[in-house]
Design a protein around this ligand. Structure first.
Ligand SMILES: N[C@@H](CCC(=O)N[C@@H](CS)C(=O)NCC(=O)O)C(=O)O
Length: 212
């Protein structure tokens, strides 16, 4: 498999899940600013919307999967024994998918116009308040002492929250959410996360060096 990633973006979620599963996709770095790739692939042909993550499968069709929650869920579903996602067809899975869509729409995608400073003053305040409200619901979930969002097991949802931890860049203040902060520190220490950040930094450095 070939995984297209970009520096400090949601593609970290896929790297982390791949690491949890012991998979070793070939990593390709995509520079979101100059649109180059570390191996000179034309990224527009991989994903016409020019978004990472994009995962090229090893099947005959070389299918390309995009959408962070789809790519991470796909990998986790291929390895049910790892317990990174509940089984399809169960109420637990429906509730889990509900959480993933919530993270995608209420956190990840709400950060982006803030980070890019695209909003009016009123839009900025409104969007930041939505993000803080969303993180507060995650903090509430963790209030019963569970280690991760759905229990004591790290899952796809936790990888996604980690990969979209952009509140400092978007100016949303959440440091008062103590359960969430302790949870983030737990995720920081996971070997799958440490490896993802190291691999990402190496890819970014070598691609930046090559195009400088
Ligand atoms: N709907 C996509 C959006 C992914 C997305 O926003 N990717 C960002 C990085 S987190 C990106 O590739 N941005 C490049 C750009 O906007 O040019 C998903 O959920 O995976």
């Amino acid at each position: 498999m070939k995984l297209y990633i970009a520096n400090q973006t949601c593609s970290q979620a896929v790297q982390i899940i791949a690491n949890e599963l012991g998979l070793e996709p070939e990593l390709v770095h995509y520079n979101v600013f100059d649109r180059s790739t570390s191996n000179d692939d034309d990224f527009a042909k991989v994903n016409p919307l020019m978004y990472v993550p994009a995962l090229v499968l090893d099947n005959d069709e070389k299918d390309v999967l995009s959408e962070t929650i789809v790519v991470t869920s796909y990998l986790a579903d291929q390895h049910p024994e790892a317990g990174l996602i509940p089984a399809h067809g169960t109420l637990d899975r429906v509730k889990f998918d509900q959480l993933l869509v919530f993270i995608a729409t209420e956190i990840a995608q709400k950060h982006i116009p803030l980070m890019r400073k695209l909003l009016t003053e009123e839009g900025t305040a409104w969007t930041r308040a939505k993000i803080v409200a969303a993180y507060t619901t995650l903090d509430d979930r963790l209030a019963d002492g569970r280690a991760f969002l759905t229990g004591d097991k790290f899952t796809v949802a936790d990888a996604y929250v980690f990969a979209t931890w952009w509140h400092e860049r978007s100016g949303a203040h959440i440091s008062h959410l103590k359960n969430l902060m302790a949870y983030k520190a737990r995720i920081d220490a996971l070997p799958s996360v440490v490896k993802a950040l190291k691999d990402e930094a190496e890819m970014f450095a070598s691609h930046s060096g090559a195009s400088a």
